[in-house]
Design a protein around this ligand. Sequence first.
Ligand code: FMN
Length: 332
Amino acid sequence: MTHLVLAPMEGLVDWRVRQLLSATGGFDLCVTEFIRVSQNLFPAHVFYRYCPELLQGGKTASGTPVLVQLMGHDPELMGENAAFAASLGAPGIDINFGCPSKTVNKREAGASLLKCPDNLFNIISAVRRAVPDHVPVSAKIRLGYADKELYLDNARAVEAAGAQHLTVHARTKVEGYKPPAHWEYLARIRAAISIPMTGNGEIWSVADYAKCRDISGCDSFMLGRGAIAAPDIANRIKAYDVGQTLAKQSWSVVLTMLLTYIDLMVADDATENHQAGRIKQWVAMIRKGHDQAADCFDQIKRIRDIGELRAKLSEDRDNPENQRQNDQIAAE
Ligand SMILES: Cc1cc2nc3c(=O)[nH]c(=O)nc-3n(C[C@H](O)[C@H](O)[C@H](O)COP(=O)(O)O)c2cc1C
């Protein structure tokens, strides 16, 4: 059975989104947003903020394990932080070598480390040494920084440093998030290493998944924006694998999930200033997965008050036209 991972997405996939999407089903693993390691050993509360799941055995409420992702350039400091995260109960440590952010890359972290495979080797080896044997260490890379010249060397460095798993976002840093993702490179990397590998990039539908699987030969995939746009995509992929076709979630089911997201945010003051922004950002991305999201976004894009936003989304969910469509989907 295909293994599906919910992608780490800074500013987008927090513990609430992990909770909602893992409860929707189909995901086998989640990864936190990156924790930027630059100067010191973080206190426990920082790890709990990024990964409150550490307080419940390192799993989401529905039982999906959550890896803690670290990003930084100093091998020893990365090792110390990884060891501490492991001592707090992280079920695994993932290391980010893919972040394209200008600030991060200026400080030699994220994707800029791909310019030299030794960088990957040194950081991963230090983390592997620092973390107890039973805690897996994994790395997430892109195909390169400016070009793809080093993609195999980088993948081999990840394996040689002792990582248990590699995830490859099939684009260079310079290619950013622009389609296409180069799935054919995933097959070449798989052939060059013997640790398990997850393919990532530009899977927005079950058809994309099937094509990526055929081209890459991977049996594990990470879903990022596609899972935000269509929160049930992992379930539909799993159904496809066993020869079934699951109807796409109706718009009113998606709205119910968004309303739960609001409830989770409102119950947790920490993000008060960002609440409306987070919802609008999510609805904007759902436009790619659900036609009704475009109208909804137009209606909410100027709303700043979370209560008003909640009322608008509830009204839309209870709209008889959306309910009718819901029944129609259920009957299909
Ligand atoms: C807003 C945003 C934030 C991201 N944050 C992270 C991150 O914190 N760590 C990471 O490894 N990748 C991060 N990524 C990259 C994704 O995990 C994924 O590799 C990328 O979006 C490609 O997959 P997709 O085409 O399925 O979206 C981020 C991507 C986006 C769009």
